[in-house]
Design a protein around this ligand. Structure first.
Ligand code: NAD
Ligand code: MG
Length: 396
């Protein structure tokens, strides 16, 4: 019986993971469920999936979680806080960890899973962007298998059969849907609202990654993610906009052969690959009917209208703490945008401003990366409070 810890259980990826796990009750079960602050949503999941342990990130929620479990799932132990989560992930309570907390908040638990040699189904791309070398190094040292859950990287993982990209790979191309604002001009983006930005045309996702998809920062983070997962330099990583989101990425080999992975845009496929690997298991995802879809289109990304992709590539090339600075400034900017404190175009402006203001240096330790992360958050928060970024707030 494969025991699976689902971190970020109340989120979009967490829900998809639990759906796949529940389809295979004879061979796997959710043994740990963890969420950030929504005790009620976590209790509903516990009543349904009966895990051994439930963890709420916000320690203020512990008493309510414990009380609620008495009725919802008496066999489930209540825990709270990041240390309790890291301990459960490293210990005997699980074999596999679905790392689907959003943002840098997911780093500690992801790293704990890697260090403990668990099978790591990695959706939390921010932890790779922030600390890619440390994370992949820890996984290699402990013998942890990382299966990327981001659909593009999962596609590449499948095309490479779980190997690193060696000298036989000429380049990797990440596909991008283009997000809800594909084809718009910069001027048209000035007044877009959070509700418009999170309305993704192809994927149903959490609010942060939905905004990242609208700015194309998501694809920028994915370039950095691909670099760490597959060991290729930025110069051999491309991005191609593919509005239908059916081709999830491509690997070109030195002999001129290109392999791609196709499927309906549903994260359960990637999660089933991770849960079953190297076997194939049912995910609940329907059949791809190419005759019905008709056309597959491809176009280059518009870097002038969506500068976040360019900024991320520059951070990848700069290396060291630059990706950590980029990620932290972006998290602050996206959160401020979702709260209506800044406009959409202020997101790239804030990231650019932060990268220009704070020098990057070698990412020698987790402490150095943590300092870079904190410095970028301070700078971006202060720039929002005092700078010109408020000016471009939408009027809606
Ligand atoms: P979401 O907002 O729907 O869910 C986030 C989850 O993280 C929630 O369960 C929340 O409670 C939990 N969480 C937040 N802060 C926490 C904390 N401090 N401690 C513990 N738990 C905390 O987000 P999502 O769309 O499911 O995305 C999760 C991750 O997967 C992100 O890193 C995202 O980039 C990545 N990802 C998502 C998709 C997708 O289709 N949704 C695709 C590719 C990658
Ligand atoms: Mg993706």
């Amino acid at each position: 019986m494969q025991r699976v810890a689902v971190l970020g259980a109340t989120g979009s990826i967490g829900g998809s993971a639990l759906d796949v796990i529940a389809r295979h009750g004879g061979s796997m079960r959710a043994s740990v469920l963890a969420a950030g602050g929504n005790v009620d949503a976590l209790l509903v999941l516990c009543a349904h999936h009966r895990p051994d342990h439930a963890v709420i990130g916000d320690v203020a929620g512990l008493a309510r979680l414990r009380d609620g479990l008495g009725e919802a799932s008496p066999g489930t132990q209540a825990h709270a806080g990041p240390q309790a989560l890291a301990d459960l992930v490293s210990g005997d309570a699980c074999d596999t960890v679905v790392a689907a907390i959003v943002g840098a908040a997911g780093l500690d638990s992801t790293l704990a899973a890697a260090r403990a040699g668990k099978r790591l189904l990695l959706a939390n791309k921010e932890s790779l962007v922030l600390a890619g070398e440390l994370l992949t190094g820890a996984a290699a040292a402990a013998g942890a298998t990382i299966v990327p859950i981001d659909s593009e990287h999962n596609a590449i993982f499948q095309c490479l059969h779980g190997r690193e990209a060696g000298a036989d790979v000429r380049r990797i191309t990440l596909t991008a849907s283009g997000g809800p604002f594909r084809g718009r001009s910069r001027a048209e983006l000035a007044a877009v609202t959070p509700a418009q930005a999170v309305a993704h045309p192809k994927w149903s996702m959490g609010p942060k990654i939905s905004v990242d998809s609208a700015t194309l920062m998501n694809k920028g983070l994915e370039l950095i993610e691909a670099h760490h997962l597959f060991g290729l330099p930025g110069a051999r990583l491309d991005v191609l906009v593919h509005p239908q989101s059916l081709v999830h990425s491509l690997v070109e080999f030195v002999d001129g052969s290109t392999l791609a992975q196709l499927g309906l845009p549903d994260m359960r496929t990637a999660l089933a690959v991770g849960l079953g690997w190297p076997r194939r298991i049912d995910s609940g995802v329907g059949t791809l009917d190419l005759a019905r879809h008709g056309r597959l289109e491809f176009e280059p990304p518009d870097l002038d209208t969506f500068p976040c992709l360019r900024l991320a590539r520059e951070a990848l090339d700069a290396g060291g703490t630059a990706p950590a600075l980029l990620n932290a400034a972006n998290e602050v900017a996206v959160s401020a945008f979702l709260q209506g404190r800044i406009g959409f175009l202020s997101i790239p402006a804030l990231v650019d401003d932060t990268l220009a203001a704070i020098a990057s240096w070698p990412a020698t330790s987790l402490a150095v990366l943590g300092e870079a992360d904190a410095a970028a958050r301070r700078h971006a928060e202060q720039a929002i409070a005092t700078g010109p970024f408020l000016m471009s707030r939408p009027h809606a």
